[in-house]
Design a protein around this ligand. Structure first.
Ligand code: AMP
Length: 214
């Protein structure tokens, strides 16, 4: 990438397609996809003290404290070197302020809102499967892998995330909705918010985002 593109901030409930679009944009435009959920799951998997501290919170679908997530994000990004897609952060207005003040520090950015109703979200999430190796995302109903449980891109193992069950999902969506309005107002006020109809097919959503960022 020659000049840095504006960083993208993805806002949307679990299952709204943020991760899928981030992977597509990463492949086509060279963005770095950074998902705070992935960073936290990695900490749990490698058994770090931070991972041990947040394990139960993730299992319940509640939010990890703001400063822990920001710290993890700061350690894993350099906004002067790459253009990022922030997926799953910020989750509330306070995190949005932290992102601006402590991480972006004046770097250009744009917030994209993935708008989708709750019942569609639940159906998507319980059918979602993720590649353990490269993070590619599949939907068993609308886009399954060619070979069962094997990733089309890297041959890795495809699994269901532990928190992608209906009970946890309902709580995650509720937790998300509670803070979403404030978050949208925050970016709307700065005229940095663009809304997407995330009900559409992933190719259409991708085309819409490509237009917005070019
Ligand atoms: P996600 O993969 O974005 O659905 O996130 C999975 C889980 O990680 C959430 O249910 C939270 O427990 C935690 N998490 C991810 N991002 C954040 C964040 N920005 N703030 C607090 N908790 C988070």
């Amino acid at each position: 990438m020659d000049a840095l593109k504006s960083h993208l901030i993805f806002i949307g409930a679990p299952g709204s397609g943020k991760g899928t679009q981030a992977k597509l944009l990463e492949r086509k435009f060279g963005y770095q996809h950074i998902s705070t959920g992935d960073l936290l799951r990695f900490e749990i998997k490698r058994g770090s003290p931070l991972g041990a501290r947040v394990k139960a919170t993730l299992a319940e679908g509640n939010l990890v404290d703001d400063h822990t997530v920001l710290e993890l994000l700061t350690q894993n990004t350099n906004v002067l070197e790459s253009s990022y897609i922030f997926d799953g952060f910020p989750r509330n207005k306070f995190q949005a302020e932290l992102l601006e003040e402590e991480l972006l520090m004046g770097a250009n950015h744009l917030a994209l809102y993935f708008n989708l109703d709750s019942e569609s979200l639940i159906e998507r999430i319980v059918n979602r499967r993720t590649c353990l190796s490269c993070g590619a995302i599949y939907n068993l109903l609308t886009g399954p892998p060619a070979k069962e449980a094997v990733c089309d891109f890297c041959g890795g193992n495809i699994v269901q995330r532990k928190d992608d069950n209906e009970e946890t999902v309902r709580n995650r969506i509720k937790v998300y909705d509670e803070a979403c309005e404030d978050l949208l107002a925050f970016y709307e006020e700065k005229r940095l918010l663009r809304s997407l109809d995330a009900e559409k097919d992933q190719r259409e959503v991708f085309a819409e985002i490509s237009k917005l960022i070019s």
